[in-house]
Design a protein around this ligand. Structure first.
Ligand SMILES: C[S@@+](CC[C@H](N)C(=O)[O-])C[C@H]1O[C@@H](n2cnc3c(N)ncnc32)[C@H](O)[C@@H]1O
Length: 319
């Protein structure tokens, strides 16, 4: 660690201080699925492909039980398997190191997960078939890689397991969208629900999961729900920014706040700030979705598309 390393990467006092991309809505949904597994006594390992500085990994590890393994695979500071992947890493994760991930992780947990440093194509060598109850796919955004990651998730997963596929519909990640829907239409993945960033699915029966999400209204405070049908699949769609659920406590939680909290890398560039949105490789213009306020988002959710298009045209925001 150098004297100029960002404070948040050294001694995060809360999960919020760990830089990354893991919005409260997904924290709430992870909590729903992982708590349900605990309640029902579903056992199995956990797997994350794409950890960055550990935000979602730290959260997920809070649901690990004795005798279960948590495997985390990331390139960190190792070379990418191909040039397009390397370009993605240079653009979005230039300052990432395995040491920074480990320091963050150990601020919240006593021991590290099983870390596989390298491309996700290594995962099948480290994770046994039919062993995982929850898999988070959040690594490369390139179609070929994501299709392989989804395949690895399917092999790793027990029938009742849940997979979370990140960035399945972001503007800058069409390859993830292609791989995700291909898995739904051709490889038996059954969607359970969608958040703003992730598709949650299972290769088992999605209905009990969906029924529970629908039945219990309390957890949904601060979220909006719509029920959609896609080619015969019922899909629940959640949006909004609910309050963060309880997260693992940092061993530095009681440390006083320092004046220098800058989350900048060595070149003075700002990286993903706590709670920041995912970096977009082509982010010359912020998307209309990002600029929308809560009222416009609500209108987009409840009004028929023809009406929202007309409103957008009138306000000069048409696409
Ligand atoms: C979007 S970040 C993960 C965000 C993280 N889950 C969080 O909660 O903030 C994507 C991560 O995937 C890693 N990655 C990209 N391509 C990869 C590959 N082919 N194999 C393994 N990891 C990869 C990057 O190094 C980066 O840390």
């Amino acid at each position: 660690m150098t004297a100029t390393a960002p404070r948040a990467a050294r001694r995060p006092r809360t999960l919020h201080e760990v830089k990354g991309w893991f919005p409260s809505l997904d924290q709430v949904l992870f909590d729903r699925f992982l708590s349900r597994q605990r309640r029902l006594g579903h056992r199995g390992d956990l797997l994350e492909m794409g950890a960055y500085l550990g935000k979602s990994a730290i959260f997920t590890a809070g649901y690990l039980r004795a005798g279960e393994r948590f495997t985390v695979c990331d390139l960190f500071d190792a070379p990418a398997p191909d040039e397009r992947n390397a370009a993605e890493a240079r653009k979005s994760y230039a300052t990432l190191t395995r040491v920074a991930f480990e320091q963050n992780y150990l601020a919240f947990h006593d021991s590290l997960p099983d870390v596989v440093q390298g491309p996700t194509s290594l995962v099948p060598r480290h994770v046994a078939p039919d062993s995982c109850r929850f898999v988070h796919v959040d690594a490369s955004h390139l179609y070929e890689h994501v299709a392989g990651d989804i395949d690895a998730a399917r092999t790793a997963m027990v029938p009742t397991g849940v997979v979370a596929l990140d960035d399945f519909r972001s503007e800058h990640t069409p390859g993830v969208a292609a791989a995700t829907w291909e898995a739904v239409f051709l490889r038996g993945l059954r969607p359970v629900c969608l958040s703003t960033q992730k598709l949650y699915g299972t290769w088992g029966d999605p209905e009990p999961l969906q029924e529970e999400l629908l039945a219990d209204e309390e957890w949904r405070a601060g979220t909006h729900l719509s029920v959609q049908e896609i080619a015969g699949h019922r899909v629940l769609r959640f949006s909004g920014r609910p309050p963060n659920p309880a997260a693992p406590r940092s061993r530095y939680a009681d440390e006083p706040r320092e004046a220098d909290e800058g989350g900048r890398d060595g070149a003075g560039r700002t990286e993903a700030q706590p709670g920041a949105r995912r970096p977009t490789p082509d982010r010359s213009a912020p998307s209309a979705r990002r600029r929308r306020g809560p009222v416009r988002r609500l209108a987009a959710d409840v009004l028929p598309p023809v009406v929202t298009r007309a409103i957008r045209r009138r306000s000069g925001g048409g696409r």
